[in-house]
Design a protein around this ligand. Structure first.
Ligand code: AMP
Length: 219
């Protein structure tokens, strides 16, 4: 199984797609945002600094995120492939990532760009709620992604919460920061011949997108 990297602005559905792929191919889903949020949840000094940066919609510094990622990729469950989302986010992270792959004797694999319009991203993200206990994600603006019981996690019955950085002001900034930083990354992977672009349409279900991704992987 090849490694999969998602390049995806906020709300394109990378979290949902990563979970589906993880179940289908039995490989771990590693989200850069989750690695950082785990550090915040640990209550460490580093976590407190990270929270301020993330709540403001800014990027965390390159070395911190690289170290957290290296620790995660060294674990046994990454031996047969993994899904990486939220990293790399710019060219400089792409270069660091390639160094890391070399050091760990791993291959690049597939890079999948989930292409979503900003207006659809804002609509989706303002409806998003997550489970702080098991990480499941729901969306009040997408019928198939609503929790069965209002505000309760389907999987573990924990009360659901809005993420503190999921407000309209922060999402607009996160979207613009993301696209400004990743434009050159998309071109870079296109030139390497490892990139596939999948357009996210409002009428597509998560499973429509999932099937398109599987076609790329099984090719
Ligand atoms: P996400 O869960 O991908 O929306 O990320 C939430 C926040 O975590 C971002 O707004 C950034 O502050 C931080 N973050 C996530 N991935 C990265 C990354 N690759 N490099 C730097 N900061 C990141």
């Amino acid at each position: 199984m090849k490694n999969i990297i998602f390049i995806s602005p906020p709300a394109a559905g990378k979290g949902t797609q990563s979970k589906l792929l993880s179940q289908e191919y039995n490989i771990p889903h590693i989200s850069a945002g989750d690695l950082l949020r785990d550090e915040v949840a640990s209550g460490s000094d580093l976590g407190k600094e990270l929270k301020q940066i993330m709540d403001a919609g800014n990027l965390v510094d390159a070395n911190t995120i690289l170290k957290l990622l290296e620790n995660r990729l060294m674990k046994d469950d990454c031996q047969n492939g993994y899904i990486l989302d939220g990293y790399p986010r710019n060219l400089s992270q792409a270069y660091s990532y390639e160094e890391l792959l070399k050091k760990m004797n791993k291959e690049m694999g597939h890079v999948i760009f989930l292409d979503i319009d900003k207006s659809l991203a804002v609509k989706r993200i303002t409806g998003r709620i997550v489970c702080p206990n098991c990480g499941s994600s729901y969306n009040l603006n997408v019928s198939e992604l609503r929790p069965i019981k209002e505000n309760i996690c389907n999987r573990c019955a924990h009360p659901l919460e809005k993420r503190s950085d999921d407000n309209e002001v922060t999402i607009l900034k996160r979207f613009d920061t993301y696209m400004n930083n990743t434009k050159e990354l998309i071109d870079y992977y296109k030139n390497m011949n490892v990139l596939t672009t999948i357009k996210i349409n409002e009428e597509d279900s998560a499973y429509d997108t999932f099937n398109k991704i599987k076609e790329v992987i099984n090719d």
